[in-house]
Design a protein around this ligand. Sequence first.
Ligand SMILES: Cc1cc2nc3c(=O)[nH]c(=O)nc-3n(C[C@H](O)[C@H](O)[C@H](O)COP(=O)(O)OP(=O)(O)OC[C@H]3O[C@@H](n4cnc5c(N)ncnc54)[C@H](O)[C@@H]3O)c2cc1C
Length: 171
Amino acid sequence: MLPPQPGQAIRVEREPGLIGIAYMLRPSSEGGVRITASGPDALPDIDPGYIATYRDRATSVDIVRAVRRLFAARPLEKWIEHETAPGGGVQTSQEIIDTGLRTGSAGYHAIGTAAMGPNDDDVVDSRLRVRGVSGLRVVDASVLPIMVSGNLHGPVLAMAWRAADFILDDA
Ligand SMILES: Cc1cc2nc3c(=O)[nH]c(=O)nc-3n(C[C@H](O)[C@H](O)[C@H](O)COP(=O)(O)OP(=O)(O)OC[C@H]3O[C@@H](n4cnc5c(N)ncnc54)[C@H](O)[C@@H]3O)c2cc1C
């Protein structure tokens, strides 16, 4: 798979090859979603905040180097002729970070825009009720206050199951 270019669909390599995808499960960087106007049609301002922290940048570099070590070890190494992405010319930590920001992609595991928590200014409580608005719950990935160690589809389904119990209990 060739690195995606902004605004373009994924392009597949012309030659047969091997693909390895690796990503951080618990990034510490935070982005944000901000309302830009009072009307419902106004587009929000979304800042993904990709690899903004030192820890996430260091981990990203480690990930690329770990995958390279894997592909350079037996028995895989005999099948590898060259690396197309990010490419053998991308070596220093800064080059890896810059290339990742330019051509890397995210896992689409956004969370936390209506985070659950115990404090008065946390959006939902532990039964997913929106503080300050009666009869309203949020049941989706936005309530997760921290990232889970895995993908989000399963956790969201489990949360919906729990939420159904809360709603029935409180009915
Ligand atoms: C390309 C991609 C690949 C992914 N791959 C995986 C994977 O392999 N494994 C995995 O575990 N997770 C994966 N995820 C992540 C996972 O799909 C999401 O984290 C999960 O679906 C989030 O669930 P949700 O209920 O919070 O939001 P969503 O699943 O996005 O549900 C939101 C729903 O609200 C509806 N909606 C929006 N606005 C309104 C409105 N105004 N009125 C009424 N309805 C509205 C939408 O149509 C949608 O049905 C992937 C995500 C993407 C984008």
